[in-house]
Design a binder for this molecule. Structure first.
Ligand code: GLA
Length: 381
């Protein structure tokens, strides 16, 4: 990928670029907890995004996406937003850097990625984190890594219409080879957990389903959670986020809020606890419990949070039927992947069954990704 990027870069802008990269992410457990101030448990992966960049001495950005074979040129003022969706991510990162007092001037860039789009592996965070990190280096802005992650998150909020939490950008900036990160999304306190379960593999199965209205459905889930938290707060003023609430406090307001909001909140309160249970289980090397929690998460995401779909439920059921240790829909949902914790000896039979049965039912094969937990944003020398 680096050579291909460089070839195009040289043809368009000449020599002298610096190369930066960042990563997509997986999440072992802790879904839709981040914007509720709860815990998540992600890691960066060996699929990501790479960009070659050079300052061009103007006030314009000239960007070329190798994956779309498309160029974009835009200025750096708020009214200069480009039309192409992919370019808005780069524009957003520039704007959010400037809003934080950072310096950004014109630059030329060519970039490409290998995070499958729409699979729930956060290709957009990889894009934001690469540029947030790169601009910070190129313009010597000295912005800390927490703020770099927030630059990516604010880009989603203000330029891409998704009111996401901090998980994806955090993982993609802070990721470390071989480790998952338990992150408290309220305090940003985090701990690295070496993750190398002997005798198991993590396998992603991509349903290849993409939900058209995923961002508005996502934002709606967030509103439900905020509404539930606001009602609970009237009785318990210390509840800043839904993750601060106890299950019984949610029961107290059940009659006041739409049933839908109640179900969403019920899922979140359970999920916050499951992340902690999984951490304890990991420290004991108890992967059976880790797996069981993953199944519970799937149940909640499917029935209470309603972000699964027929294909993902089918994959989850099949995993259960085959005695796979853990399985659940991963990421925002509405399509994308399941993440599966599979015993080595079950790996091949599971994949064979997935290929055969899924294809027979839905008429197309799922995609399988083996991922390695890897480093996040960095400069490639
Ligand atoms: C998306 C968002 C994250 C997080 C997950 C669900 O990936 O970008 O902030 O909310 O969904 O856990």
């Amino acid at each position: 990928m680096k050579a291909k990027i460089h070839e195009k870069f040289k043809a368009l802008y000449g020599e002298g670029g610096r190369v930066f990269a960042s990563a997509g992410r997986i999440n072992l457990i802790g879904e839709h907890t981040d914007y509720n101030g709860g815990y998540v448990f992600p890691g960066a992966i060996d699929k990501g995004l790479m960009a070659e960049i050079k300052l061009n001495g103007t006030d314009k950005v000239r960007a070329y996406s190798l994956d779309y074979n498309e160029a974009a040129e835009f200025g750096l003022r708020e009214e200069d937003a480009p039309k192409q969706a992919w370019a808005r991510y780069i524009f957003g990162v520039c704007r959010e850097t400037i809003k934080r007092g950072g310096k950004v001037e014109g630059f030329d860039t060519v970039f490409a990625g290998d995070v499958p789009l729409g699979a729930g592996l956060s290709s957009s965070a990889a894009l934001e984190s690469t540029f947030a990190f790169a601009l910070n280096e190129l313009f010597h802005n000295g912005i800390d890594k927490f703020e770099l992650a927030k630059i990516g998150q604010s880009t989603e909020h203000n330029y891409c219409g998704v009111k996401c939490g901090i998980m994806d950008q955090f993982a993609s900036i802070f990721g470390k080879e071989g480790s998952l990160i338990r992150l408290n999304c309220k305090t940003l306190e985090h701990k690295y957990f070496p993750f190398n379960p002997k005798g198991y593999k993590l396998v992603l199965v991509d349903s290849c389903v993409k939900h058209e209205l995923a961002s508005s459905a996502y934002n709606k889930r967030r509103e439900s959670c905020e509404n539930a938290a606001a009602h609970i707060r009237k009785n318990h003023p210390d509840v800043e986020f839904l993750s601060d609430a106890k299950r019984v406090w949610l029961e107290e307001v059940r009659a006041e809020i739409p049933e839908e909001d109640f179900l969403r909140a019920e899922y979140v309160i359970g999920e916050v606890q499951r992340v902690l249970d999984v951490c304890d289980a990991l420290e004991r090397g108890d992967y059976e419990t880790v797996g069981e929690m993953m199944y519970q998460t799937h149940f909640g995401l499917s029935r209470l949070y309603e972000v699964s779909c027929e294909e993902l439920d089918f994959l989850n059921k099949l995993a259960r039927k085959m005695d796979v240790t853990g399985s659940r829909v991963m990421g925002g949902g509405f399509g994308g992947c399941t993440i599966n914790l599979v015993k080595d000896e079950l790996y091949k039979p599971f994949l064979d069954a997935v290929n055969k049965e899924f294809t027979a039912k839905f008429g197309h094969a799922p995609k399988i990704y083996d991922v390695v937990v890897s480093d996040g944003a960095r400069e490639l020398k």
